[in-house]
Design a protein around this ligand. Structure first.
Ligand SMILES: [Zn+2]
Length: 412
């Protein structure tokens, strides 16, 4: 089978989708279930129908476009990603996996290939947490990692519930019907830009993902005692910010001491109360984002952080509360999928690198219900989630070719 990707067609579709945006070009803003997002979905649906794909949408708006295989009873092979974009983002994150997936199917159709298993293109709802505060909403629900009951409680910043917004957007059925059982798909493979600089630095055009790191996020609240910055003498203070400062450094040290570069810990928010120039900070809220590819190691680092932070708070007579915001497990990619990706790269003498996905993706949740793999292409300087995000046409076409061949092999 000799496949030729229509690079120009694919690129013009990426440009066309980027026009459906709430930001000034080249920036793209497409927040889930806004009129702009719905317009983009309609545009994509039409493209899928033009290829004779059978399109179905579930209750949370995940879209499945199916190219029927010769054995309709066999579990399908799926590919896909997301088209929602955070405010002021670029045009490639997610989109390359959706339109690349469509182009892969189109290329296989034109080549005369007939799959045994059906091939489905999936558009996942709200991979970005922009509107409802939770990432991978669609794939999370597909995998049963977010219950319908919990999903119904989600609201956006204006107080609109997910339930209301999705019904207004004509997404039919109960949220209970979204979850798919393990085994529903034979395999899932997602094409995505790397969102990091490693492939570009190594001058390697393709990355085959071995594992997907997953974040755990926590909220820490340190409570001491406030007072007048002049009146309370140093030995008598219970300064919550001084405690928080020591805790932040403890967190950094614990991540560095894990023994692996795959452990990363970040305190991104430090809210100080009352935040007045002449008042001793009485309360501080910190957020901790802790990521790793290995769940046991992540848990161990978290326990070290917790113990050492408690020691700091005791020493400083400040109370400390830890709250888990979320803690998703990392995923290991399926060798059945990664081996197929490797075979396709080798066939074309394309260099590839085994890589860890440090951002998380819909694949993280798909891996809970299907053997899953991911293919990365480089993006300039590793930039993503900004208007100057860029992947070269050649890299996009190359990734799409490997995706098409991998779908062919897995669906055969
Ligand atoms: Zn993405």
């Amino acid at each position: 089978m000799n496949l030729t990707i229509d690079q120009d067609r694919l690129l013009s579709e990426i440009e066309a989708l980027a026009q459906i945006s709430d930001a000034e070009p080249p920036a793209v803003t497409r927040v889930v279930f806004t009129p702009t997002d719905l317009k983009a979905r309609t545009w994509l649906r039409k493209k899928c129908l033009q290829q004779d794909l059978a399109v179905r949408q579930d209750a949370v708006g995940n879209m499945f476009a199916r190219w029927a295989g010769t054995d309709e009873t066999a579990a399908p092979v799926a590919t896909g990603s997301h088209i929602d974009a955070i405010p002021n983002a670029g045009k490639y994150d997610g989109v390359v996996g959706v339109l690349g997936g469509l182009e892969a199917i189109r290329t296989l159709q034109h080549s005369g290939f007939r799959p045994t298993r059906s091939i489905e293109l999936i558009l996942f709802t709200s991979e970005e947490p922009t509107r409802f505060g939770i990432g991978c909403l669609g794939s999370r629900m597909l995998a049963g990692a977010l219950t319908a009951e919990a999903a119904r409680m989600l609201t956006d910043a204006s107080g609109e519930t997910l339930e209301h917004v999705r019904k207004k957007a004509d997404m039919q059925g109960d949220l209970e019907s979204v979850q798919l059982e393990s085994g529903h798909f034979h395999a899932f493979v997602e094409l995505h830009i790397e969102q990091g600089p490693l492939l570009e630095h190594a001058h390697v055009p393709l990355g085959i993902v071995e594992s997907i790191a997953a974040p755990a996020s926590y909220q820490l609240i340190a409570e001491g005692a406030g007072g007048h910055a002049g009146g309370v003498l140093m030995p008598d203070r219970k300064d919550a910010l001084c405690a928080a400062a020591e805790i932040i450094l403890t967190i950094e040290k614990a991540a560095l001491a894990s023994g692996s570069l795959d452990t990363v810990a970040t305190v991104g928010i430090c809210d100080v109360f009352p935040a007045a120039v002449n008042s001793i900070p009485s309360r501080v809220r910190l957020t901790l984002d802790l990521r790793d590819t290995d769940l046991a190691r992540r848990d161990k680092v978290f326990r070290a952080i917790e113990n050492k932070s408690r020691a700091v708070s005791e020493k400083r007579s400040v109370s400390l509360q830890f709250q888990i915001v979320n803690a998703d497990a990392p995923a290991t990619c399926s060798s059945a999928v990664t081996d197929a990706l490797v075979r396709s790269c080798s066939k074309h003498n394309l260099r590839f690198q085994k890589i860890v996905s440090r951002a998380y993706h819909d694949s993280l949740f798909m891996s809970r219900i299907a053997p899953t793999g991911m293919l990365f292409i480089p993006c300039r300087s590793g930039y993503s989630h900004r208007p100057d995000e860029f992947a070269s046409p050649e890299d996009i076409a190359r990734g799409t070719l490997i995706l098409a061949e991998t779908l062919a092999e897995l669906s055969h």
